[in-house]
Design a protein around this ligand. Structure first.
Ligand code: ADP
Length: 154
């Protein structure tokens, strides 16, 4: 499983998903639906953009979850969570989360170093740059760029 908020998916996420899809028979990208967070795209839109962006990867599917990630893992017999690490700052939180998920349900977390080309890249920064008219065309898949332009205009 590759979990996240994906609001929206970036080329950094896509790189991790693509690399994970060559290591595992099957990958499910899981979009967390967390009401408390301020989001630009609705869950359905986020799923649609990920589906479009990963359509060239036949062993990748997309789903959503509410609540505890490990409950989704147990219900779908998922043994491993793959997470991208951009910098040491990601590591502290991800390590805690990985240890918690293992203690809750014996689900393991595997960390994948981000491609250095994308280590500065986050969904929130992409949204900020796009809002002020900056060029994000090299940072997000085509499916996202289109929607992002429309959303910023409106
Ligand atoms: P959240 O909103 O929960 O912080 P995201 O949806 O932004 O998480 O990201 C989900 C996962 O993708 C996280 O494990 C994060 O570390 C990873 N990730 C985010 N951006 C990148 C990137 N540029 N390169 C590699 N991994 C990334």
């Amino acid at each position: 499983m590759c979990p996240g908020s994906f609001d929206p998916i970036t080329n950094g996420h896509l790189d991790v998903i693509e690399r994970a899809s060559s290591l595992f028979d099957e990958i499910v990208v899981v979009v967390g639906i967390n009401q408390s967070k301020n989001r630009l795209f609705e869950p359905d839109e986020r799923v649609e953009m990920i589906r479009e962006a990963t359509s060239y990867l036949p062993n990748v599917s997309v789903d959503t979850f509410k609540g505890l990630l490990v409950d989704f893992c147990v219900a779908h017999d998922i043994k491993a969570i793959v997470k991208g690490l951009r910098a040491v700052s990601d590591f502290d939180y991800e390590l805690q989360m990985g240890q918690m998920n293992h203690s809750l349900a014996k689900v393991d977390t595997l960390f994948m170093p981000a491609d250095p080309h994308y280590s500065f890249l986050s969904s929130s920064l992409v949204k900020e740059v796009a809002t002020y008219g900056g060029d994000v065309s090299k940072l997000v898949p085509e499916a996202v760029l289109r929607r992002l332009k429309e959303r910023v205009r409106s």
